[in-house]
Design a binder for this molecule. Structure first.
Ligand SMILES: [Zn+2]
Ligand SMILES: [Zn+2]
Length: 147
């Protein structure tokens, strides 16, 4: 499983002669354990709990830096950029009730049908977002008790 790790970032920082400030490190630490695709604002709030002086600019710069280095993916949902430390190819499931974004493994939905585009486009990648109700929001099936 390919994911953002502190170790990868440290190697990258060393190779490129960058500086890993405690704030940047806190952003990496927070993101690497994240499964919920936080927005830059959510990351800003979380990191400020540990480093109250972290600026929004630091958060945005660090996210851009990680994104350009291929260490996080940027996922757009509802016009808001969310950040994803899961670097394996995967799909997303978005809950229309609570707005949560979950990872869906490629294996869990099987191969996609092959399709040909009508134009002369060259497809390099594509994203799939499934929508519905997450396990927490879906109404529980009523259990019928047979006596
Ligand atoms: Zn939900
Ligand atoms: Zn994801």
């Amino acid at each position: 499983m390919k994911r953002l790790t502190q170790q990868k970032v440290e190697t990258m920082v060393r190779e490129r002669g960058l500086k890993l400030t405690p704030q940047r490190q806190a952003i990496v630490e927070f993101l690497q354990g994240c499964m919920n695709h936080p927005t830059a604002d959510e990351i800003f709030v979380a990191v400020n709990e540990r480093f109250p002086m972290t600026s929004r600019a630091t958060v945005y710069n660090t996210l851009n830096w990680l994104k350009n280095a291929g260490q996080v993916l940027e996922v757009f949902e509802g016009g808001v950029a969310r950040f994803d430390p899961n670097l394996d190819p995967h799909y997303h499931f978005v809950c229309r009730a609570c707005g949560s974004v979950e990872d869906i493994d490629l294996d869990s939905i099987g191969p996609l049908p092959h399709c040909t585009l009508p134009g002369r486009q060259t497809v390099e990648s594509f994203d799939i977002t499934m929508r519905g109700l997450c396990a927490k929001c879906a109404p529980r099936p009523t259990v019928s008790v047979i006596l």
